[in-house]
Write a protein that binds this ligand. Structure first.
Ligand SMILES: [Zn+2]
Length: 305
């Protein structure tokens, strides 16, 4: 096995312990197979992305002892590739314009539509009459682009969470503000970076059917292995957030914990070492067993706890 791995942060703030622990697990999975590990900066949200955050995120990953091959790939520099993919889909009749407002999508998605999961786009704009379409085009409101997936059912096997399946709705390829959609960018970039194993938080489990389907529609190689990992939660059981205290490497440092201790605390929280141990990244690599990673979300103690 030599499946190239990747970590793909969005530079919209400092990474918190949940993000950092996912990065650690992605690094361990790739490096324990002797595989390349690549970095991708998911900076398509131009309003929220900052160079400063990118720099700080990479500094934090280095401070933990993680390393990667090649210069990071920035999604903001990949727009031409995303447009090429849209053109390819368009040529096969798989792209349509969606004029729906956010409210219309919310209302349409809350009504039952056969097998589609809650929140899925029910294909409203695919069924517009010529007159309805002309009226919307004349309104001047820019259209988003959606892919015609026609409720395809896709199954896959996840290393941590086992057999999964989901229905693929007509998800967004390009938003009406011309930002490319998450799923499109990920699929095009994973292929471009020759990613073999995707490791990421389990909150993205439901994105995988869309991405598998889209890779197939674009004739791109399938991801060989998926490993979604549990999330870090605060003491209240909610997904980790600023209000939960010292949640970034910087904050942990200010609270008197050095990065090696933070690494150990993250590792212990997914049973990669015993509480109180201080293994180096190389030691964690030596004893890494992906089958030991638990499926349940969990907390990481505050410094000094
Ligand atoms: Zn629509």
């Amino acid at each position: 096995m030599n499946r190239t791995g990747r970590y793909a942060p969005s530079p919209t703030g400092d990474l918190h312990l949940g993000n950092l622990r996912t990065a650690l697990l992605a690094w361990l999975l790739a490096r324990s197979q002797g595989a390349p590990f690549l970095m991708r900066i998911e900076d398509l949200d131009r309003d929220r992305s900052r160079d400063e955050y990118e720099r700080r995120q990479l500094d934090d990953l280095r401070a933990l002892g993680l390393d990667w091959d090649e210069a990071p790939l920035r999604q903001s520099e990949r727009i031409a590739d995303y447009e090429d993919a849209i053109e390819q889909l368009r040529g096969r009749g798989l792209v349509y314009e969606c004029f729906c407002t956010r409210r219309e999508i919310r209302e349409a998605a809350s009504a039952p539509h056969g097998d589609l999961p809650e929140g899925a786009y029910p294909g409203t704009c695919l069924r517009l009459t010529a007159a309805e379409r002309a009226e919307r085009e004349a309104s001047g409101r820019p259209a988003a682009l959606r892919v015609r997936a026609a409720g395809s059912r896709v199954g896959f096997s996840d290393r941590i969470y086992g057999a999964r399946q989901g229905l693929v709705d007509d998800f967004v390829l390009r938003r009406n503000d011309s930002t490319h959609g998450y799923n499109l960018a990920v699929v095009v970039d994973d292929a471009s970076q020759a990613i073999g194993e995707v490791v990421r938080g389990r909150d993205l489990l439901s994105s995988s059917p869309r991405q598998i389907w889209l890779a197939g529609a674009l004739g791109l190689p399938a991801i060989e292995s998926w490993a979604h990992v549990p999330l870090v939660v605060g003491g209240d059981g909610e997904r980790l957030a600023k209000r939960h205290g010292a949640v970034t490497l910087r904050q942990r440092r200010e609270a008197g914990e050095d990065p090696r201790e933070t690494l150990a605390n993250m590792a212990a929280s997914v049973r990669l070492c015993e509480p109180g141990e201080r293994p180096s990244p190389a030691e964690l690599l030596d004893r890494f067993d992906p089958t030991a990673v638990p499926t349940g979300d969990g907390t990481i103690p505050e410094p000094g706890e």
